[in-house]
Design a binder for this molecule. Structure first.
Ligand SMILES: *[C@@H]1O[C@H](CO)[C@@H](O)[C@H](O)[C@H]1NC(C)=O
Ligand SMILES: *[C@@H]1O[C@H](CO)[C@@H](O)[C@H](O)[C@H]1NC(C)=O
Ligand SMILES: *[C@@H]1O[C@H](CO)[C@@H](O)[C@H](O)[C@H]1NC(C)=O
Ligand SMILES: *[C@@H]1O[C@H](CO)[C@@H](O)[C@H](O)[C@H]1NC(C)=O
Ligand SMILES: *[C@@H]1O[C@H](CO)[C@@H](O)[C@H](O)[C@H]1NC(C)=O
Ligand SMILES: *[C@@H]1O[C@H](CO)[C@@H](O)[C@H](O)[C@H]1NC(C)=O
Ligand SMILES: *[C@@H]1O[C@H](CO)[C@@H](O)[C@H](O)[C@H]1NC(C)=O
Ligand SMILES: *[C@@H]1O[C@H](CO)[C@@H](O)[C@H](O)[C@H]1NC(C)=O
Ligand SMILES: *[C@@H]1O[C@H](CO)[C@@H](O)[C@H](O)[C@H]1NC(C)=O
Length: 894
């Protein structure tokens, strides 16, 4: 309800007009500025002119008259917020091309009748908030035939010249609100889209006091203290819609209402809004409207608390009835009897507690029924009995609505849309064979899981569903899948295209059963965001052949299992943001050549492997990696090339896509896109150019050393031990008995054979005191998250051995374990990790992390097939395993 409080509304109205003006004035400052200089002694500053756009901004310049030294071809002139009191006849003679003139917030008291005559092109005129405005009696707009906007509101106008609109064809917007008008006499004029006379002092609507002959779309007469209505004056109006809102202080009498309807029945008015504090409908008030063809009767925002049988029965040709925002408590079919044409009934925002208590049959042909925000608790099978042609039923926000029985008996055979959002439905029966959209968002009671959905039952008579929204509704897995019968809630919904199940955390807590989605071959959009999902079976999306959008945001996914997305051949958009993904398998997006949008924002990704993204390289147009601890090294060179490519892919949230602290020094905490690989990764090429020289030198050296290699190394090792020993302060004081495990071995699955054949037997012989060892993933604590389990073992082991092989360093999970271990080295500053190279790994295959590790002089050993070499290896390993040195430098943290 907009116009009820004049006192509080007026200032805000004025502000609403003035604010844009003020802003406009400021805008002027940034434009091309041509000071027009001083004209009279009272001008403090000149105007800002934009010569190109032919605009002059003279707002708030302390002017007392219209400046005469502006460009003559000025189109727009803003003179608001000045001190103009008089507009002499020559004011605008110099500016015949003005189309937009703003004289708001001055104090104009006198306008000479010919002052506007030069303005033959005037289109928009605003004279708002001139508190003492007086217009000349006639001829003011004699030549302004193009005027389409005339706003004279808020100016305490006492009368409007009878010929104001005499000369123009079409006014789009005429606002005379907030004045002191007591009569309007405009008989000759063209058409008007909106005419506003709200908040004036019109007391009578008679031929003498209110004649408005314009062909009008909307005539607003709200908030006038009307006491008398002559049907003849109403009948003479040429408006499509009429708005009458009472002004407070006194209520309308039944006679006024009846005179109004009598007038309307003789007019062409098609739409009426009457908000006059009605408590009930006077008897016979609609009698005059019998068989009057009418589009909308709007009684919203009255105080109607009860209807009675046949109250509207003479509104035989009314199309839409709006009774929203009243105090109606009961709805019976016979209130609406005889309304043969009624299609739309709006009873939103009332206090309806019961519908059709007498179990009668509705006799009208409603198409849409709105009952949102009432006090309903139950919908019986009789409630809508007979509303055969109803297509839309809105029952949303009946907070206590618990049961709905729309049985085959009810006969809602044509219903397309039902809205049950914000209710607390515990029992649901839907015999609605052509139902397409069902909204059940936020269907819950605090504290009690109440969701009524039952697999195989809830939608068995609604198999044409296309759109289903059950978000935030305390959905449990048993609502979705019946393990006894292997039946899904969505069984048979072959036409469903949109399914929103987001914000149902119990789904993820207890897991999604396989087969839930198997029937949804038409589904295009599936939302499972914020469902606390930590694991998805690779086959759970099987059957979703048409899926285009998948939303898995805000879950607890640690990995995307291989095959999960395999069947989704039509997928266009995948949202995985807000999970805890640390790694992606390179097969994740295989066959996803239609994918255009992918969000991996806000995860734990440190590295992005090119091979993961290769399948979607050309299709993707938007990708989001923001808020991940990305380690920017030259390994990401491919990514920068991809992102900098022309036109194909755009990086979303680039300001939040930052390099982690462990990136190359110059990139730490900088936006990823600042990374210029051709600058930073150039030294590689320098190294390549040195390679021939290095190779020659090495070959010579190696040839010399090779023959004696193992003896040399062993001797060197013994020498070091003898001469240097271990400096006391560099040794970690803790014994391996202080740890839960003695040694923890991290290896890639394929290297298990080496452990079985070599490491285990040797450990048993050489270090019999090492009894509590963990070998790989098989010995991890069951029941923990994988990475947590790895972390747990590493941090509780005296020693950790990491076995590197070519296959191992290619495995991202393996490298993540490696990283976990190295982080602990850095955290504890203890050299408890021993790296063992099981084979030669070409430099370019060694990941950045491993290279970083080796370059810091950390302990590592190289396995060899040479028997003497192996002897050296085991001695060195045994020595390494029995002592923990302190580190003297740090591996960068994540
Ligand atoms: C308008 O004029 C009056 C007196 O003539 C003066 O007090 C007031 O400050 C002026 N307003 C502006 C905005 O210059
Ligand atoms: C304008 O209309 C009013 C009311 O009908 C009338 O009293 C007045 O004389 C008219 N003014 C002119 C200038 O015609
Ligand atoms: C209703 O209209 C009649 C003329 O038809 C008039 O005499 C009477 O005063 C009007 N009453 C009200 C309250 O407008
Ligand atoms: C409907 O109009 C008829 C006259 O056409 C009148 O007799 C009857 O009282 C009206 N009914 C109601 C409920 O207003
Ligand atoms: C209407 O039907 C309900 C059952 O749905 C029944 O309990 C109630 O008594 C019936 N009311 C009347 C007036 O027949
Ligand atoms: C439903 O609409 C059809 C066609 O418009 C009409 O023939 C039928 O009478 C309507 N049903 C009801 C109950 O009004
Ligand atoms: C699904 O839609 C098609 C065409 O839109 C329609 O023919 C079919 O009856 C609908 N219902 C089912 C259950 O397939
Ligand atoms: C990208 O395309 C625009 C025109 O489409 C071209 O001017 C620009 O040089 C291109 N940039 C690169 C890096 O290819
Ligand atoms: C991102 O940064 C650019 C340049 O620093 C800035 O212009 C832009 O407004 C920023 N965008 C957001 C969303 O912060």
């Amino acid at each position: 309800m907009s116009f009820k409080h004049p006192s509080s509304l007026f200032p805000s109205l004025v502000m609403a007009f003035l604010l844009p003006l003020t802003l406009q004035a400021f805008q002027g400052d940034s434009m091309e500025i041509v000071s027009s200089g001083l004209h009279t002694g009272s001008v403090r500053r000149g105007c800002y002119q934009n010569v190109e756009q032919r605009r002059a901004y003279c707002s708030s310049r302390g002017l007392d008259s219209v400046l005469q030294n502006l460009a003559e071809d000025t189109n727009e002139l803003d003179l608001s917020e000045n001190n103009i009191t008089v507009l002499p006849k020559f004011s605008f003679r110099r500016y015949p091309l003005i189309t937009d003139l703003d004289l708001s917030a001055n104090d104009i008291r006198v306008i000479e009748p010919t002052a506007f005559h030069p303005l033959k092109k005037l289109v928009n005129l605003s004279i708002i908030a001139n508190r003492n405005l007086v217009l000349p009696v006639s001829g003011l707009f004699r030549w302004a035939s193009k005027l389409t906007l005339l706003n004279l509101s808020g100016s305490n106008l006492k009368s409007l010249p009878n010929d104001t609109l005499k000369w123009n064809q079409h006014i789009d917007y005429l606002d005379l609100g907030f004045n002191h008008l007591t009569f309007i006499n405009i008989s000759t004029c063209g058409s008007v889209r909106y005419a506003g006379f709200a908040y004036n002092h019109i007391e009578q609507l008679t031929k003498e006091t209110f004649t408005f002959g314009c062909q009008t779309d909307h005539l607003e007469l709200g908030n006038n203290p009307i006491k008398l209505i002559d049907p003849i004056a109403i009948a003479a109006l040429h408006t499509h819609s009429l708005i009458l809102i009472y002004a407070g202080g006194h209520s309308w009498t039944p006679e006024m209402l009846r005179n109004l309807t009598i007038g309307i029945s003789r007019s062409h008015i098609k739409s009426l809004k009457v908000d006059v504090n009605l408590g009930h409908f006077p008897q016979d008030v609609f009698t005059p409207l019998r068989d009057y063809s009418f589009t909308l009767l709007d009684f919203s925002y009255n105080k109607v608390n009860a209807l009675f049988p046949f109250v509207f029965s003479n509104l035989t040709l009314l199309d839409q009835l709006d009774l929203s925002n009243n105090k109606i408590a009961t709805i019976e079919p016979n209130f609406f009897d005889s309304m043969q044409a009624l299609k739309v009934l709006n009873i939103n925002f009332n206090q309806v507690r019961s519908i059709n208590t007498g179990n009668h049959t509705w006799t009208i042909n409603l198409i849409k029924l709105y009952l949102s925000t009432n006090s309903l608790t139950e919908i019986s099978k009789f409630a809508f009995l007979g509303l055969q042609n109803l297509t839309l039923l809105d029952l949303s926000f009946n907070r206590r609505l618990a049961s709905i029985y729309l049985t085959s008996f009810t006969g809602l055979d044509n219903i397309h849309t039902i809205d049950l959002s914000g209710c607390s439905i515990r029992y649901l029966q839907l015999y609605t064979p052509v139902l397409r959209s069902l909204y059940m968002k936020r269907n819950y009671l605090f504290g009690a899981p109440i969701n009524p959905l039952e697999p195989g039952k809830s939608f068995k008579d609604s198999t044409n569903l296309v759109y289903l929204d059950i978000q935030e509704s305390q959905v449990f897995p048993y609502n979705l899948w019946d393990p006894a019968t292997n039946v899904s809630l969505f069984e048979g919904l072959f036409n469903l295209t949109t399914l929103d199940m987001s914000k149902n955390p119990n789904i993820g807590k207890f897991g999604l059963d396989l087969g839930i989605f198997h029937h949804l071959s038409a589904l295009q959009e599936l939302s499972l965001d914020a469902c606390a999902i930590s694991n998805l079976h690779p086959l759970v999306f099987t059957g979703l052949d048409s899926l285009q959008k998948l939303n898995l945001s805000g879950n607890n996914l640690e990995q995307i299992r291989i095959g999960l997305l395999t069947g989704l051949g039509q997928i266009r958009s995948i949202k995985l943001d807000g999970n805890i993904l640390a790694l992606l398998d390179e097969r994740t997006f295989l066959n996803k050549s239609r994918l255009t949008s992918l969000s991996l924002a806000n995860n734990k990704l440190t590295f992005l492997n090119e091979s993961i993204f290769r399948p979607i390289y050309t299709s993707l147009s938007l990708v989001d990696f923001s808020q991940n601890p990305l380690i920017c090294t030259c390994d990401l060179e491919w990514l920068l090339h991809w992102l900098n490519q022309n036109g194909t892919v755009r990086l979303a949230n680039e300001n939040q896509t930052l390099c982690a602290p462990s990136s190359l020094a110059s990139l730490r905490e900088k936006p990823l896109l600042h990374f210029n690989p051709s600058e930073l990764c150039r030294f590689n090429y320098a190294i390549f150019s040195l390679i021939p020289i290095v190779i020659v030198s090495l070959v010579v050296l190696l040839a010399l050393v090779y023959h004696q290699r193992w003896r040399l190394r062993y001797k060197l090792f013994l020498l070091k031990l003898a001469v240097i020993g271990y400096r006391g302060e560099a040794i970690d004081a803790r014994d391996h008995n202080d740890y839960e495990f003695d040694v923890n071995i991290i290896f890639y699955d394929d290297d298990e054979e080496w452990i079985r054949d070599n490491l285990r037997p040797t450990l048993e012989v050489q270090l019999p005191q090492f009894q509590r060892n963990t070998f790989g993933d098989a010995d991890l604590i069951p029941g923990m998250y994988y990475l947590d389990a790895v972390d747990y073992v590493v941090s509780r082991s005296y020693k950790t051995i990491i076995l590197l092989s070519r296959a191992a360093v290619r495995d991202r999970w393996f490298m993540l374990k490696f990283r976990t271990a190295m982080n602990h080295v850095s955290d504890t500053q203890t050299e408890f990790v021993v790296v063992v190279f099981l084979e030669d790994i070409p430099d370019d295959e060694i990941p950045f992390l491993a290279r970083l590790f080796l370059s810091d002089g950390r302990p590592y050993l190289h396995w060899t097939e040479d028997v003497r070499g192996q002897e050296y290896f085991w001695n060195e390993l045994a020595k390494n395993l029995t002592i923990n040195l302190r580190t003297n430098d740090l591996i960068p943290n994540e």
